[in-house]
Design a protein around this ligand. Structure first.
Ligand SMILES: Cc1ncc(COP(=O)(O)O)c(C=O)c1O
Length: 411
């Protein structure tokens, strides 16, 4: 006889409902903000499952269950920032353990590796992010973890998750995927063999640039228990209000990611071939080296577009000062469009020589393409590019005077 078990609701439905049954005490349809640090207990060791809000909070629990569902994970843990979530993952390691990381990754992750955990006895090596064989070559007897972002920040390189997962399994190492750039709307790394997914929920999951948060998702009970222990012991938890904001943001993740992707594709195509643009990095462009992998591994190409200027740092400065709709700001993944200069902002923690070796140069810009009307976004980029062209057509004295020309050198 055929099983009558109902099938699991689809992604967009889970984004709205998973972990969020109506509140049993009041019937409130939306999960309440349980703004309490403590819980009244009936008698010794007799309570309703909550004792103290660092250990557990019902609003945070709803978020953890919802995010676990979206990543096809059994367990979720929410944190007060993406970095706090990363620290919890790395608490699984001990001095002497070795980590292999893809060489294009968020500057703060690099800083945590090199400036905090390196001095405490962990060892890190970096390999070209898209080169699967490089991960295998870098394995040592002490290798306990492989850490990748895909797409990477800021160069939008892809890592073949299934292939790197089999390298990790073969050597008894854990594969951790930072899924911040794609979000679970576009890829679920656990389904491809990763052991742990980590997120900065500050980004697409919350989606409105009004929360800093993080999360870990896994289906491995032992790893979950160790990281849950660390969450309570070290205490980097999100507030009930921030948990609620992320829970609310996630409800529109599916529809937001579709629009981010559509707008980003149009912008990448528009910038590609512009005389002031040397190179566009977007996995949705057919000539991106990972385009075929992106089509196979992801359900869309995402909302992040990076590009290198054909010009100087001074040209980049003129460009960003002239943007009107795009805001010059750190962070990404909100409904509004942002422009970031990784070398001086998000990746400033990486030493210059190392940063440039990785391709994060002074003329690289990273766009977090929002969900505004795309014609306004393209018009904004065009008028800022025109301001750069106009600068080049002015005589030198006037150009230096036109502002934003500090230290400007013509190519
Ligand atoms: C890919 C990636 N991972 C992790 C983080 C860290 O997250 P948070 O800023 O929420 O601590 C960031 C922040 O920009 C990021 O871009």
């Amino acid at each position: 006889m055929k099983s009558r078990r109902p099938s699991q609701p689809k992604f967009a439905t889970r984004a709205i409902h998973a972990g969020q049954a109506p509140d049993p005490s009041t019937g409130a349809t939306m999960t309440p903000i349980f703004q309490t640090s403590t819980y009244t207990q009936v008698g010794l060791e007799d309570h309703k499952g909550f004792e103290y809000s660092r250990t557990g909070n019902p609003t945070r629990a709803a978020l953890e269950d919802c995010l676990a569902s979206l990543e096809n994970a059994t367990y979720g843990l929410a944190f007060g920032s993406g970095m706090a979530a990363e620290s919890a993952v790395l608490s699984l390691l001990r001095p002497g353990d070795h980590v292999i990381a893809g060489d294009d990754l968020y500057g703060g992750t690099y800083r945590l590796f090199e400036r905090v955990l390196g001095p405490m006895g962990l060892e890190f090596s970096y390999v070209p992010a898209r080169d699967v064989s490089a991960y295998a070559t870098a394995i040592r007897p002490q290798t306990k973890m492989i850490w990748v972002e895909t797409p990477t920040n800021p160069l939008l390189t892809l890592v073949d998750i299934a292939a790197v997962a089999s390298v990790a399994r073969e050597h008894d190492a854990l594969l951790v995927v930072d899924n911040t750039f794609a979000s679970p709307a576009l890829q679920q790394p656990l389904d491809l063999g990763a052991h742990i997914v980590v997120h900065s929920t500050t980004k697409y999951l919350n989606g409105h640039s009004d929360v800093v948060g993080g999360a870990i998702l896994t289906s491995d009970e032992k790893l979950y228990s160790e990281m849950k222990f660390y969450q309570n012991a070290a205490g980097g938890v999100p507030s009930p209000f921030d948990s609620w904001l992320v829970l609310r943001g996630v409800k529109t993740l599916a529809v937001r990611m579709r629009q981010h992707g559509e707008n980003a594709q149009a912008i990448a195509e528009h910038l590609d071939g512009h005389p002031l643009v040397r190179k566009v990095y977007y996995p949705g462009l057919p000539d991106h080296p990972d385009h075929a992998l992106a089509k196979q591994q992801m359900r869309g190409f995402g909302g992040m577009v990076s590009f290198a200027f054909e010009g100087t740092r001074a040209d980049v400065d003129v460009f960003v000062r002239n943007l009107r709709v795009f805001q010059l700001a750190e962070s990404l993944g909100g409904v509004e469009s942002l422009c970031c200069h990784p070398a001086t902002m998000t990746h400033g923690a990486i030493p210059k020589a190392e940063r440039e070796r990785r391709g994060v140069t002074e003329t690289l810009l990273r766009l977090s393409v929002g969900i505004e009307d795309v014609s306004d976004l393209i018009a904004d980029l065009d008028q800022a590019l025109e301001a750069v062209s106009a600068r080049h057509s002015k005589p030198v004295a006037e150009r230096e005077h036109a502002g934003a020309g500090r230290g400007a050198k013509r190519r």
